[in-house]
Design a protein around this ligand. Structure first.
Ligand code: C2E
Ligand code: CA
Ligand code: CA
Ligand code: CA
Length: 279
């Protein structure tokens, strides 16, 4: 009776009830948004030291008729909890591959890679490898131009399975990037055991790199580690030329951030590419 009482209390807690309602309606809207194709990919350029674009990171947005452009921070977690990330994640892959095919058709952009973010639930699906290969195959995209960004948190549970999946896709040319590097609990173990092609210095280290010597030391160490392990290192969240210069002094050669460009809708991407491709 006591337990039931507690449950009843909870049920009538207006704050919790309201949160549950907001969540339920957001879930319904998400489902509908998928059916109505309200999602769009923005593309953030990734740059080399010469200031040329070398790739794009695909970042999903939800263009909701009532809410406007919704940031992934506001729906990815719910999409994961509800399993909606699976159809959404597949759509992101398809759309990114469509962009790859488009880039490949032009000789000035055919070398560019497209990176997609893959969530834990999506990566853990037994058919993850099959889905990626299927999307690559049916789109005609070059597997060697696709990059998959994973965060370390999602690899925690089944490291052997993760290694197997990564290696299987790498056999086909797909590349892997370890996202938000340095923010998890066992970054170094992952780096040692998982066959990543690239690590991304998390923007939290870049943000204060000018003022906090500890952030600079961490960024510097990650860059040196990448060089030693022959893994490419890209710094994300670069907002100023001073940050870029400092990172470059540490040996970083790849950059991404608002200093170069915000994530761009397809319509604005063309113009950016025209101005930032190697001659
Ligand atoms: P992330 O993968 O770490 O992506 C980087 C985030 O930092 C993006 O936010 C990007 O717009 C933002 N950013 C880039 N440059 C700068 C900068 O110079 N300064 C600052 N302050 N921010 C910068 P966004 O697009 O809101 O995405 C947030 C997160 O949502 C992503 O973090 C990623 O974890 C997730 N996400 C985005 N698209 C997808 C997707 O297609 N699938 C999945 N599963 N997750 C996604
Ligand atoms: Ca990412
Ligand atoms: Ca990141
Ligand atoms: Ca992140």
């Amino acid at each position: 009776a006591k337990a039931a009482g507690r449950n009843t209390m909870r049920f009538f807690d207006p704050a919790i009830q309201e949160a549950a309602l907001v969540r339920a309606s957001l879930e319904a809207e998400l489902r509908q948004g998928l059916a109505r194709q309200e999602f769009v990919l923005f593309y953030q350029p990734q740059m080399n030291s010469a200031g040329n674009v070398i790739g794009l990171e695909a970042l999903v947005r939800w263009n909701n008729p009532h809410r406007g452009m919704v940031s992934p921070a506001d729906f990815i977690l719910l999409a994961e909890d509800t399993g909606l990330i699976l159809p959404l994640g597949r759509w992101v892959l398809e759309e990114a591959c469509r962009m790859l095919v488009f880039l490949t058709a032009n000789s000035s952009t055919r070398h560019l890679s497209v990176a997609v973010n893959v969530s834990a639930l999506q990566f853990r699906q037994p058919d993850f490898v099959a889905v990626v290969l299927d999307v690559l195959h049916s789109s005609g995209a070059h597997p060697g131009r696709l990059k998959i960004e994973l965060t370390e948190s999602l690899l925690l549970e089944d490291i052997e399975g993760a290694i197997q999946k990564i290696n299987e896709l790498k056999k086909h040319g797909v590349r892997f990037s370890l996202d938000d590097f340095g923010t998890g609990y066992s970054s170094l173990t992952y780096l040692k055991r998982l066959p990543f092609n690239q690590i991304k210095i998390d923007q939290s280290f870049v943000h204060n790199i000018l003022n906090d010597p500890r952030d600079l030391a961490i960024a510097n160490t990650i860059i040196a580690l990448g060089q030693t392990l022959h893994v490419a290192v890209i710094a994300e969240g670069v907002e100023t030329s001073t940050q870029r210069d400092l990172l470059a002094q540490c040996g970083c050669t790849l950059f991404q951030g608002y200093f170069f460009s915000r994530p761009l809708p397809e319509a604005q991407l063309q113009d950016f590419l025209r101005r930032h491709l190697a001659a």
